[in-house]
Design a protein around this ligand. Structure first.
Ligand code: KIV
Ligand code: ZN
Length: 511
């Protein structure tokens, strides 16, 4: 029988470290529920010491999740470990993940600690975590650039102190697959008590090798992989969960292990994470990109019609792609709406949220007669956003464009409840709208990215707009969806502005 490959998802922690991807408590709960439905083994819910908001979010995830283990990250200080232990108290199954850097460059310049001190500190942290749980994971940060003899010493010591999982991170995405696999093989072979722990890997994608490095480690004995939905994560991101899972599943002939992931939930999770974070999925992204299962060339189409296996190595249905199945329409009732949302993994905390979302659904159904799963997901993530703290709200928009004429936009907003209106011209209708908003708000933000996606096919599809902007070095994302893409653009811009103006008390202890 094949070994189990444990899937440790860190979308809510490392994924959240992508610039502008921060999520609030309700958004984290929504994603955690979807991850549990996907059947991930461990959900790393956050970094409890980073801010009161992070602490509360980890605690809230720990309260609602029962099948997956809920994990909290902690550096080696007592305060970090205690914060993680406290936040995880409500969890049915809790794990504390503690880490300290072991590479010469990190020890010397970041930690300013000797190797001996790093070793002692690591052991002390693992022992302290043992006060809260016996499910302890230890990571020697920047292992990819650490000395292997020192790694062996640290790993042996933390296993003796009670660590049950040893996670080997390629923190800066520097390793090559053959080299990283060899490191894992040697660690398992040389650490005398390696049989008392599961070896895990955590690879970053700076050179585009996160998935390759993780798979090479699996071939050399790693039995846990750390990953994120859509490969979200610090800088170029982490190994993409969907790619790892489908690689191992599709090439069972090569990998002596398999996961327990319900792959038919992959698309749902991918869309949800993209909707919530405002990070669109590139069309040619493996497994979850819009073109991943689209055959364009005549030769390919002909081959697939004659025999599917000619050009298809996986089935679209296996990853939950149901080609825009029509689910609901204008006459659908509350019960059908609620049932379909439950199937998609959304549950309402109260009737008020349900009623508000149902009202938005009816409005959308009036504009767009066929409502697909993708529309519902966008609608729910929009409706469940906590807008109570948003100072700026979109009211309405009129745009005039005519060939050969300069476009004008006339926008009405409320700021702290007071209505404001202004007009502007621009190089195009979207530019005119953004300038009209800025003429009212003068935000001082710079726009870094603007992108439009259609949520489903067809000209009546909702447009989903993502914008990324920065203010004083802080990066935020915003998104908006509407059947009118100019209105969607205005909503996305206002959503990002609200985030840029909000307080963010979060520290990034790793930086
Ligand atoms: O990339 C990294 O090294 C990390 C650790 C905290 C595991 O995210
Ligand atoms: Zn990381």
């Amino acid at each position: 029988m094949n070994d189990k490959l444990i899937i440790f998802d860190t979308t809510l922690r490392d994924g959240e470290q992508s610039p502008g991807a921060s999520m609030n408590k309700d958004e984290k709960i929504m994603i955690a529920r979807a991850l549990e439905k996907l059947r991930v083994d461990i959900i790393e819910a956050g970094f409890p010491i980073a801010s009161p908001g992070d602490f509360e979010a980890v605690k809230a995830v720990a309260e609602v999740i029962s099948d997956s283990v809920v994990c909290g990250l902690a550096r080696t200080s007592d305060a970090d470990i205690d914060a993680a232990g406290e936040a995880l108290k409500p969890a049915r199954q809790a794990r504390i993940h503690t880490f300290i850097a072991t590479s010469p460059i990190h020890m010397q310049h970041k930690l300013r600690m000797s190797p001996d001190d790093v070793l002692t500190t690591a052991v002390k942290a693992v022992k302290r975590a043992g006060k809260y749980t016996d499910n302890i994971e230890f990571s020697p940060e920047d292992a990819g650039r650490s000395d292997i003899d020192f790694l062996c010493q640290v790993i042996e010591a933390v296993i003796n102190a009670g660590a049950k999982t040893i996670n080997v991170p390629d923190t800066v995405g520097y390793s090559m697959p053959h080299q990283f696999g060899e490191t894992i093989r040697q660690l398992i072979e040389r650490v005398p008590n390696s049989d008392k722990a599961i070896f895990s890997v955590h690879c970053h994608n700076d050179l585009g090798l996160a998935v390759s490095n993780s798979l090479s480690a699996v071939l050399n004995g790693a039995r846990q992989v750390e990953c994120t939905i859509n490969g979200l994560g610090e800088r170029a991101g982490n190994a993409a969960l969907e790619e790892l899972v489908m690689a191992v599943r599709t090439r069972r002939d090569i990998f002596a292990c398999d996961t327990e992931i319900d792959t038919t939930e992959i698309m749902n999770c991918s869309r949800l994470v993209s909707n919530i974070t405002g990070f669109p999925v590139q069309p040619n992204k493996a497994i979850v990109g819009a073109n991943a299962f689209a055959h364009e060339s005549g030769i390919h189409q002909d081959g697939v019609i004659k025999s599917r296996e000619t050009y298809e190595i996986m089935k679209a249905e296996d990853v939950g792609l149901n080609t825009n199945r029509l689910v609901l329409g204008k006459h659908s009732g509350r019960n059908a709406f609620k049932t379909r949302l439950k199937e998609l993994g959304f549950e309402f905390n109260n009737d008020e949220d349900m009623n508000a979302t149902f009202k938005n659904f009816k409005q959308l159904a009036d504009k767009k007669h066929e409502i697909f799963d993708e529309d519902l997901q966008a609608l729910v993530t929009d409706s469940l956003q906590d807008t109570s703290l948003e100072r700026v709200k979109f009211v309405s928009l009129a745009v005039k464009t005519e060939t050969g004429e300069v476009p004008t936009a006339d926008i009405i907003l409320t700021i702290d409840g007071n209505e404001r209106r202004n007009q502007s011209t621009g190089d195009g209708p979207v530019d005119a709208v953004f300038k009209a908003i800025e003429s009212i708000l003068n935000s001082g933000c710079s726009l870094l990215l603007y992108s439009v996606n259609s949520i489903t096919g067809g000209t009546d599809s909702q447009g989903e707009v993502s914008v990324r902007m920065s203010k004083n070095g802080r990066i935020v994302n915003g998104r908006g969806a509407d059947t009118d893409i100019i209105a969607a653009s205005a909503k996305a811009y206002i959503n990002a502005l609200n985030r840029a103006m909000g307080n963010d008390d979060r520290e990034h202890p790793q930086l």
